[in-house]
Design a protein around this ligand. Structure first.
Ligand code: NAD
Length: 265
């Protein structure tokens, strides 16, 4: 059976869990030759390799390190011979912390950490993959959010950061055309283990601490009436990675939020 991504090779950050992992699994079903997964969670990566074997290569490391991103791209080229898609996805949350809750010091530390992961990590992935993507006329996909266009999906820092992803997509789409398409996918609240920053002592905290309450809140507040799972977004990542199906699409963010972003009240 042929898939939409037959023979392609992808580099995905944050593929150890959640949305990134679901994208990796879906890409494998769509026929990719190989995936390089970069994540700081070694155990998440090892379950991925155990399940999918030699079509997965992993780099255990931090997206804030350019060397780790470079290593991932080198692995893609040496093991699988090419690179078609870079998915910038690893991220952390601020648990909707408002401005009034910060001190000058905690703002500096949290902002530095959250922006370095959620934004610099994306740029590093794009920078490391650029030459290989020019050669393949490939594409970059960034995980944006319902918080990329609205207030309240995060606190001040997460919302600012996700809005910046929109600027990143648009600017890079222009800069990297005509060789590389650059787009985003914007999930709404999704049942994952999305965690927080070290600066606020929230690396062990997760948005799915209480899945039943999360389901109830989503079902009540999302127009489509259900809590989204990571798998619900993966079709858009497939579409955007497929030159055959999205050849003319660049500079766009495709929302996948159950209609949350389209409501005015
Ligand atoms: P997740 O925690 O399940 O997955 C994120 C992965 O990124 C984890 O495996 C984690 O180990 C990894 N990671 C985090 N910081 C890292 C770092 N510095 N270096 C390397 N790896 C790191 O969470 P998720 O919800 O799947 O998040 C993925 C993306 O989706 C994030 O960008 C997040 O902002 C975005 N998003 C999530 C939601 C949601 O409700 N879950 C909604 C919209 C957007």
């Amino acid at each position: 059976m042929s898939g939409w991504l037959d023979g392609q090779v992808a580099f995905i950050t944050g593929a150890g869990d959640g949305i990134g992992r679901a994208v990796a699994e879906r890409y494998l079903k769509e026929g990719v030759r190989g995936i390089v997964a970069l994540d700081r969670d070694a155990s998440g990566l090892s379950t991925l390799t155990k399940t999918y074997g030699c079509r997965i290569a992993t780099v255990t490391g931090d997206v804030r390190s350019y060397a780790c991103n470079e290593e991932a791209v080198k692995l893609a080229l040496s093991l699988f011979g090419r690179l078609d898609t870079v998915v910038g996805n690893a991220g952390v949350f601020d648990f909707r912390r408002p401005l009034r809750s910060y001190t000058g010091e905690s703002m500096a530390a949290t902002m530095d950490e959250l922006f370095a992961i959620n934004l610099r990590g994306y740029l590093y992935a794009a920078m490391a993959g650029r030459e290989a993507l020019i050669a393949s006329r490939g594409s970059i996909i960034f995980t944006a959010s319902v918080a990329s266009f609205n207030a309240g999906g995060g606190g001040i820092l997460y919302t600012m950061g996700k809005h910046a992803v929109v600027g990143m997509v648009k600017q890079l789409a222009l800069e990297l055309a005509p060789d590389i398409r650059v787009n985003g996918v914007g999930p709404g609240g999704t049942l994952t283990g999305l965690s927080g920053t070290d600066a606020l002592g929230q690396t062990e905290r997760s948005i799915n601490a209480n899945p039943a309450a999360f389901h109830e809140k989503m079902a009540a507040g999302v127009p489509l009436g259900f809590a989204q799972q990571p798998e619900d977004h993966t079709g858009l990542y497939v579409l955007l990675a497929s030159a055959a199906n999205a050849r003319a699409v660049t500079g766009e963010i495709f929302m996948s939020d159950g209609g949350t972003g389209s409501r005015s009240v």
